[in-house]
Ligand binder design. Sequence first.
Ligand SMILES: [Zn+2]
Ligand SMILES: [Zn+2]
Length: 375
Amino acid sequence: MTITSQVITCKAAVCWKVGEGVKIEEIQVDPPKSTEVRLKMLCSSICHTDISSIQGTPMFNFYPLALGHEGVGVVESVGDEVKSLKGGDMVIPIFVGECKECENCISGKSNLCMTYPLSLTGLMPDNTSRMSGRGQRLYHPFSCATWSEYTVIDVNYLVKVDPSINPAHGSFISCGFSTGYGAAWKEAKVESGSSVAVFGLGAVGLGVISAAKMLGATKIIGIDKNDMKREKGEAFGMSHFINPSNSDKSSSALVKELSGGMGVDYSFECTGVGPLLTESLEATKMGTGKAITLGSGTEPYVPFDPFSILFGRILKGSIFGGLKSMSDLPIIADKCIKQEFPLQELFTHEVKLTDIEQAFELLKQPNCVKIVIEI
Ligand SMILES: [Zn+2]
Ligand SMILES: [Zn+2]
Protein backbone atom coordinates (compact mmCIF):
# COMPACT_ATOMS: atom_id res chain seq x y z
CA MET A 1 0.00 0.00 0.00
CA THR A 2 1.28 3.44 -0.89
CA ILE A 3 0.20 6.41 1.13
CA THR A 4 1.56 9.84 0.35
CA SER A 5 0.53 12.97 2.14
CA GLN A 6 1.93 15.47 -0.29
CA VAL A 7 -0.01 17.87 -2.45
CA ILE A 8 0.87 17.35 -6.13
CA THR A 9 1.15 20.31 -8.48
CA CYS A 10 0.36 19.28 -12.04
CA LYS A 11 -1.38 20.31 -15.26
CA ALA A 12 -5.10 20.02 -15.90
CA ALA A 13 -7.73 21.37 -18.30
CA VAL A 14 -9.98 23.93 -16.58
CA CYS A 15 -13.02 25.89 -17.73
CA TRP A 16 -13.27 29.03 -15.58
CA LYS A 17 -16.75 29.98 -16.72
CA VAL A 18 -19.26 29.29 -19.49
CA GLY A 19 -18.08 30.69 -22.81
CA GLU A 20 -14.42 30.98 -21.79
CA GLY A 21 -13.34 27.67 -23.32
CA VAL A 22 -10.67 25.47 -21.79
CA LYS A 23 -7.27 26.46 -20.43
CA ILE A 24 -4.37 24.32 -19.30
CA GLU A 25 -3.53 25.35 -15.75
CA GLU A 26 -1.14 24.36 -13.00
CA ILE A 27 -3.39 22.96 -10.32
CA GLN A 28 -2.94 21.42 -6.88
CA VAL A 29 -4.24 17.93 -6.20
CA ASP A 30 -4.60 17.04 -2.52
CA PRO A 31 -3.71 13.61 -1.15
CA PRO A 32 -6.57 11.10 -0.99
CA LYS A 33 -8.73 10.99 2.15
CA SER A 34 -9.37 7.64 3.87
CA THR A 35 -11.69 6.02 1.27
CA GLU A 36 -10.10 7.75 -1.71
CA VAL A 37 -7.50 7.00 -4.34
CA ARG A 38 -5.18 9.38 -6.17
CA LEU A 39 -4.57 8.42 -9.79
CA LYS A 40 -1.90 9.27 -12.28
CA MET A 41 -3.93 9.48 -15.49
CA LEU A 42 -2.54 7.59 -18.49
CA CYS A 43 -4.97 8.82 -21.09
CA SER A 44 -8.41 10.25 -21.43
CA SER A 45 -10.90 10.85 -24.21
CA ILE A 46 -13.58 13.35 -25.14
CA CYS A 47 -17.28 12.59 -24.74
CA HIS A 48 -20.18 14.76 -25.89
CA THR A 49 -20.99 15.53 -22.25
CA ASP A 50 -17.64 17.32 -21.93
CA ILE A 51 -18.68 19.76 -24.65
CA SER A 52 -21.97 20.37 -22.84
CA SER A 53 -20.08 21.00 -19.61
CA ILE A 54 -18.17 23.88 -21.22
CA GLN A 55 -21.27 25.32 -22.88
CA GLY A 56 -23.29 25.15 -19.68
CA THR A 57 -26.27 22.81 -19.34
CA PRO A 58 -28.83 22.11 -16.63
CA MET A 59 -26.47 19.30 -15.55
CA PHE A 60 -23.39 21.51 -15.12
CA ASN A 61 -23.68 24.90 -13.50
CA PHE A 62 -20.62 24.92 -11.27
CA TYR A 63 -17.36 26.64 -12.18
CA PRO A 64 -14.37 26.73 -12.22
CA LEU A 65 -14.61 23.19 -13.56
CA ALA A 66 -11.71 20.78 -14.05
CA LEU A 67 -12.81 18.77 -17.07
CA GLY A 68 -13.10 15.24 -18.38
CA HIS A 69 -14.80 12.09 -17.17
CA GLU A 70 -13.50 9.33 -19.44
CA GLY A 71 -10.09 7.82 -18.90
CA VAL A 72 -7.70 5.22 -17.57
CA GLY A 73 -5.25 5.75 -14.74
CA VAL A 74 -2.75 4.08 -12.46
CA VAL A 75 -3.07 4.22 -8.68
CA GLU A 76 -0.49 6.64 -7.24
CA SER A 77 -1.58 6.47 -3.59
CA VAL A 78 -4.55 5.33 -1.51
CA GLY A 79 -6.29 6.43 1.70
CA ASP A 80 -5.84 4.34 4.85
CA GLU A 81 -9.21 2.55 4.54
CA VAL A 82 -8.67 1.45 0.95
CA LYS A 83 -7.90 -2.28 0.91
CA SER A 84 -9.01 -3.30 -2.59
CA LEU A 85 -6.42 -1.29 -4.54
CA LYS A 86 -2.72 -0.56 -4.23
CA GLY A 87 -0.12 1.63 -5.93
CA GLY A 88 0.42 0.65 -9.56
CA ASP A 89 -3.01 -0.91 -10.15
CA MET A 90 -4.64 0.08 -13.43
CA VAL A 91 -8.16 1.44 -13.02
CA ILE A 92 -11.09 2.96 -14.90
CA PRO A 93 -13.02 5.77 -13.17
CA ILE A 94 -16.78 5.35 -13.39
CA PHE A 95 -19.61 7.70 -12.47
CA VAL A 96 -22.18 5.34 -10.92
CA GLY A 97 -21.03 2.92 -8.23
CA GLU A 98 -22.54 -0.43 -7.26
CA CYS A 99 -22.90 -1.23 -3.55
CA LYS A 100 -24.82 -4.49 -4.20
CA GLU A 101 -26.96 -3.77 -1.11
CA CYS A 102 -29.26 -0.80 -1.77
CA GLU A 103 -32.85 -1.11 -3.06
CA ASN A 104 -31.89 -0.47 -6.68
CA CYS A 105 -28.78 -2.67 -6.63
CA ILE A 106 -30.76 -5.69 -5.37
CA SER A 107 -33.83 -4.97 -7.53
CA GLY A 108 -32.35 -6.55 -10.63
CA LYS A 109 -34.05 -3.68 -12.48
CA SER A 110 -31.71 -0.73 -12.16
CA ASN A 111 -28.02 0.15 -12.14
CA LEU A 112 -28.64 3.45 -10.35
CA CYS A 113 -27.02 2.65 -7.02
CA MET A 114 -28.35 4.83 -4.23
CA THR A 115 -25.30 4.45 -2.00
CA TYR A 116 -22.80 5.55 -4.67
CA PRO A 117 -25.03 7.57 -7.01
CA LEU A 118 -24.28 9.61 -10.10
CA SER A 119 -23.15 12.86 -8.53
CA LEU A 120 -24.18 16.18 -10.05
CA THR A 121 -22.66 18.37 -7.33
CA GLY A 122 -19.20 18.69 -8.90
CA LEU A 123 -17.72 17.60 -5.57
CA MET A 124 -16.51 14.49 -3.76
CA PRO A 125 -19.10 12.48 -1.76
CA ASP A 126 -18.17 14.54 1.35
CA ASN A 127 -19.00 17.77 -0.55
CA THR A 128 -15.43 18.99 -0.79
CA SER A 129 -12.89 19.01 -3.63
CA ARG A 130 -9.33 17.69 -3.87
CA MET A 131 -8.44 20.05 -6.71
CA SER A 132 -7.64 23.74 -6.62
CA GLY A 133 -6.19 26.27 -9.02
CA ARG A 134 -5.26 29.97 -8.69
CA GLY A 135 -6.24 29.55 -5.02
CA GLN A 136 -9.82 28.58 -5.89
CA ARG A 137 -11.60 25.30 -5.34
CA LEU A 138 -12.15 23.42 -8.62
CA TYR A 139 -15.30 21.43 -9.29
CA HIS A 140 -15.27 18.28 -11.41
CA PRO A 141 -17.83 16.43 -13.56
CA PHE A 142 -19.42 13.42 -11.81
CA SER A 143 -16.93 11.41 -9.70
CA CYS A 144 -13.63 13.08 -10.73
CA ALA A 145 -11.88 15.12 -13.44
CA THR A 146 -9.83 13.05 -15.88
CA TRP A 147 -8.23 15.68 -18.14
CA SER A 148 -5.58 16.12 -15.49
CA GLU A 149 -2.20 14.57 -14.81
CA TYR A 150 -3.46 13.54 -11.36
CA THR A 151 -6.94 13.21 -9.93
CA VAL A 152 -8.57 11.94 -6.72
CA ILE A 153 -11.64 9.72 -6.69
CA ASP A 154 -13.58 7.72 -4.10
CA VAL A 155 -12.60 4.03 -4.29
CA ASN A 156 -16.25 3.04 -4.86
CA TYR A 157 -16.09 4.74 -8.26
CA LEU A 158 -13.14 2.74 -9.58
CA VAL A 159 -13.04 -0.52 -11.52
CA LYS A 160 -9.72 -2.37 -11.58
CA VAL A 161 -8.69 -3.63 -15.02
CA ASP A 162 -6.00 -5.93 -16.32
CA PRO A 163 -2.88 -3.86 -17.16
CA SER A 164 -2.73 -5.49 -20.59
CA ILE A 165 -5.71 -3.37 -21.69
CA ASN A 166 -4.97 -0.82 -24.43
CA PRO A 167 -5.25 2.48 -22.48
CA ALA A 168 -7.11 4.30 -25.28
CA HIS A 169 -9.61 1.46 -25.58
CA GLY A 170 -9.96 1.39 -21.80
CA SER A 171 -10.84 5.06 -21.92
CA PHE A 172 -13.51 4.47 -24.60
CA ILE A 173 -15.25 1.86 -22.44
CA SER A 174 -15.30 4.15 -19.38
CA CYS A 175 -18.39 5.99 -20.71
CA GLY A 176 -19.60 6.36 -24.30
CA PHE A 177 -19.05 2.97 -25.94
CA SER A 178 -20.16 1.06 -22.83
CA THR A 179 -23.28 3.22 -22.48
CA GLY A 180 -24.38 2.08 -25.94
CA TYR A 181 -23.25 -1.48 -25.45
CA GLY A 182 -25.07 -1.74 -22.13
CA ALA A 183 -28.24 -0.15 -23.53
CA ALA A 184 -28.71 -2.99 -26.02
CA TRP A 185 -27.42 -5.70 -23.68
CA LYS A 186 -28.81 -4.77 -20.26
CA GLU A 187 -31.48 -2.11 -20.77
CA ALA A 188 -33.30 -3.33 -23.91
CA LYS A 189 -32.14 -6.97 -23.67
CA VAL A 190 -32.20 -7.24 -27.47
CA GLU A 191 -33.20 -10.75 -28.60
CA SER A 192 -31.77 -12.90 -31.34
CA GLY A 193 -33.55 -12.28 -34.65
CA SER A 194 -34.86 -8.84 -33.64
CA SER A 195 -34.56 -5.53 -35.47
CA VAL A 196 -32.81 -2.44 -34.14
CA ALA A 197 -32.49 1.24 -35.15
CA VAL A 198 -29.69 3.43 -33.84
CA PHE A 199 -29.94 7.23 -34.04
CA GLY A 200 -26.47 8.78 -34.08
CA LEU A 201 -23.32 6.80 -34.87
CA GLY A 202 -20.81 8.22 -32.41
CA ALA A 203 -19.17 6.02 -29.78
CA VAL A 204 -22.51 5.42 -28.01
CA GLY A 205 -24.36 4.42 -31.18
CA LEU A 206 -21.49 2.18 -32.30
CA GLY A 207 -21.59 0.52 -28.87
CA VAL A 208 -25.31 -0.21 -29.39
CA ILE A 209 -24.57 -1.73 -32.81
CA SER A 210 -21.78 -3.87 -31.37
CA ALA A 211 -23.99 -5.35 -28.62
CA ALA A 212 -27.00 -5.79 -30.95
CA LYS A 213 -24.76 -7.77 -33.29
CA MET A 214 -23.43 -9.90 -30.40
CA LEU A 215 -27.01 -10.59 -29.24
CA GLY A 216 -28.03 -11.82 -32.69
CA ALA A 217 -30.13 -8.92 -34.00
CA THR A 218 -30.60 -9.59 -37.71
CA LYS A 219 -31.47 -6.07 -38.85
CA ILE A 220 -29.37 -3.24 -37.43
CA ILE A 221 -30.19 0.14 -39.00
CA GLY A 222 -27.85 3.07 -38.34
CA ILE A 223 -29.06 6.66 -38.86
CA ASP A 224 -26.63 9.56 -39.17
CA LYS A 225 -26.37 12.77 -41.19
CA ASN A 226 -22.68 12.09 -41.78
CA ASP A 227 -22.02 9.60 -44.62
CA MET A 228 -18.59 8.83 -43.20
CA LYS A 229 -20.31 7.00 -40.34
CA ARG A 230 -21.55 4.29 -42.70
CA GLU A 231 -18.15 2.60 -42.77
CA LYS A 232 -17.83 2.85 -38.98
CA GLY A 233 -21.28 1.37 -38.42
CA GLU A 234 -20.54 -1.52 -40.77
CA ALA A 235 -17.30 -2.29 -38.94
CA PHE A 236 -19.32 -2.90 -35.76
CA GLY A 237 -22.09 -4.93 -37.45
CA MET A 238 -24.64 -2.45 -38.88
CA SER A 239 -26.68 -3.98 -41.73
CA HIS A 240 -28.41 -0.85 -43.15
CA PHE A 241 -27.55 2.85 -43.19
CA ILE A 242 -29.84 5.87 -43.48
CA ASN A 243 -28.66 9.42 -44.07
CA PRO A 244 -31.86 11.41 -43.41
CA SER A 245 -30.37 14.47 -45.17
CA ASN A 246 -30.81 12.62 -48.48
CA SER A 247 -34.60 12.37 -48.13
CA ASP A 248 -37.67 14.54 -47.49
CA LYS A 249 -39.12 11.79 -45.33
CA SER A 250 -38.74 11.61 -41.59
CA SER A 251 -36.14 9.27 -40.08
CA SER A 252 -38.87 7.13 -38.55
CA ALA A 253 -40.58 6.76 -41.97
CA LEU A 254 -37.26 5.72 -43.50
CA VAL A 255 -36.71 3.14 -40.74
CA LYS A 256 -40.21 1.77 -41.33
CA GLU A 257 -39.49 1.42 -45.06
CA LEU A 258 -36.54 -0.78 -44.18
CA SER A 259 -38.51 -2.87 -41.70
CA GLY A 260 -41.63 -4.04 -43.51
CA GLY A 261 -43.62 -0.89 -42.76
CA MET A 262 -43.99 -1.79 -39.08
CA GLY A 263 -40.85 -0.33 -37.59
CA VAL A 264 -38.19 -2.02 -35.49
CA ASP A 265 -38.36 -3.90 -32.19
CA TYR A 266 -35.86 -1.61 -30.48
CA SER A 267 -34.54 1.85 -31.14
CA PHE A 268 -31.82 3.83 -29.43
CA GLU A 269 -31.57 7.63 -29.37
CA CYS A 270 -27.88 8.45 -28.94
CA THR A 271 -27.73 12.14 -29.91
CA GLY A 272 -29.64 14.19 -27.34
CA VAL A 273 -31.19 16.15 -30.24
CA GLY A 274 -34.68 16.96 -28.91
CA PRO A 275 -36.98 16.11 -31.86
CA LEU A 276 -35.30 12.73 -32.32
CA LEU A 277 -36.91 11.49 -29.11
CA THR A 278 -40.29 11.21 -30.85
CA GLU A 279 -38.63 9.98 -34.06
CA SER A 280 -36.86 7.16 -32.23
CA LEU A 281 -40.10 6.06 -30.55
CA GLU A 282 -42.13 6.37 -33.77
CA ALA A 283 -39.53 4.18 -35.53
CA THR A 284 -40.53 1.20 -33.35
CA LYS A 285 -43.41 -1.25 -33.75
CA MET A 286 -46.85 -0.21 -32.56
CA GLY A 287 -47.84 -2.15 -29.45
CA THR A 288 -44.46 -3.67 -28.61
CA GLY A 289 -41.68 -1.29 -29.66
CA LYS A 290 -39.18 -0.08 -27.12
CA ALA A 291 -37.06 3.06 -27.43
CA ILE A 292 -34.10 3.72 -25.17
CA THR A 293 -32.88 7.31 -24.85
CA LEU A 294 -29.20 7.80 -24.04
CA GLY A 295 -28.40 11.31 -25.21
CA SER A 296 -28.39 14.38 -23.03
CA GLY A 297 -28.83 17.64 -24.90
CA THR A 298 -28.64 21.21 -23.71
CA GLU A 299 -32.39 21.96 -23.79
CA PRO A 300 -34.26 21.63 -20.48
CA TYR A 301 -37.44 20.50 -22.31
CA VAL A 302 -37.96 18.82 -25.69
CA PRO A 303 -41.01 18.51 -27.98
CA PHE A 304 -42.73 15.16 -27.73
CA ASP A 305 -45.67 13.62 -29.61
CA PRO A 306 -47.80 11.80 -27.00
CA PHE A 307 -49.45 9.63 -29.70
CA SER A 308 -46.16 7.86 -30.35
CA ILE A 309 -46.22 6.44 -26.81
CA LEU A 310 -50.02 6.07 -26.59
CA PHE A 311 -49.85 3.33 -29.20
CA GLY A 312 -48.31 0.88 -26.77
CA ARG A 313 -44.66 1.74 -27.20
CA ILE A 314 -42.23 2.03 -24.30
CA LEU A 315 -39.77 4.89 -23.84
CA LYS A 316 -37.02 4.36 -21.31
CA GLY A 317 -34.07 6.49 -20.32
CA SER A 318 -30.77 5.05 -19.24
CA ILE A 319 -27.61 6.15 -17.48
CA PHE A 320 -24.47 4.20 -18.45
CA GLY A 321 -26.68 1.87 -20.52
CA GLY A 322 -28.02 0.14 -17.41
CA LEU A 323 -24.57 -1.33 -16.73
CA LYS A 324 -23.69 -2.22 -13.16
CA SER A 325 -20.21 -0.85 -12.83
CA MET A 326 -18.66 -3.59 -10.66
CA SER A 327 -20.53 -6.56 -12.16
CA ASP A 328 -20.79 -5.66 -15.84
CA LEU A 329 -17.93 -3.32 -16.75
CA PRO A 330 -15.24 -5.98 -16.08
CA ILE A 331 -17.03 -8.20 -18.64
CA ILE A 332 -16.79 -5.43 -21.25
CA ALA A 333 -13.14 -4.80 -20.27
CA ASP A 334 -12.44 -8.49 -20.84
CA LYS A 335 -14.08 -8.36 -24.29
CA CYS A 336 -12.01 -5.24 -24.98
CA ILE A 337 -8.76 -7.08 -24.15
CA LYS A 338 -9.84 -10.06 -26.30
CA GLN A 339 -10.63 -7.60 -29.13
CA GLU A 340 -14.18 -8.87 -29.52
CA PHE A 341 -15.15 -5.49 -30.97
CA PRO A 342 -13.09 -3.22 -33.24
CA LEU A 343 -12.48 -0.36 -30.79
CA GLN A 344 -9.59 0.86 -32.94
CA GLU A 345 -12.28 2.11 -35.35
CA LEU A 346 -13.31 4.69 -32.74
CA PHE A 347 -9.78 6.06 -32.39
CA THR A 348 -9.59 8.77 -35.04
CA HIS A 349 -7.54 11.56 -33.42
CA GLU A 350 -5.04 12.14 -30.65
CA VAL A 351 -3.85 15.30 -28.87
CA LYS A 352 -1.56 16.01 -25.96
CA LEU A 353 -3.25 17.39 -22.84
CA THR A 354 -1.34 20.65 -23.32
CA ASP A 355 -2.83 20.96 -26.85
CA ILE A 356 -6.40 20.39 -25.67
CA GLU A 357 -7.68 23.50 -27.48
CA GLN A 358 -6.89 21.79 -30.82
CA ALA A 359 -9.23 18.97 -29.85
CA PHE A 360 -12.27 21.22 -30.14
CA GLU A 361 -11.36 21.99 -33.75
CA LEU A 362 -10.74 18.30 -34.50
CA LEU A 363 -14.23 17.48 -33.22
CA LYS A 364 -15.65 19.41 -36.18
CA GLN A 365 -13.92 17.11 -38.70
CA PRO A 366 -16.45 14.79 -40.36
CA ASN A 367 -14.25 11.73 -39.82
CA CYS A 368 -13.88 12.38 -36.08
CA VAL A 369 -15.31 9.74 -33.73
CA LYS A 370 -13.07 9.75 -30.66
CA ILE A 371 -10.18 11.99 -29.65
CA VAL A 372 -7.71 10.44 -27.27
CA ILE A 373 -5.96 12.83 -24.88
CA GLU A 374 -2.41 11.75 -24.19
CA ILE A 375 -1.53 12.77 -20.64
ZN1 LIG B 1 -19.50 10.50 -21.23
ZN1 LIG C 1 -26.37 0.25 -4.47
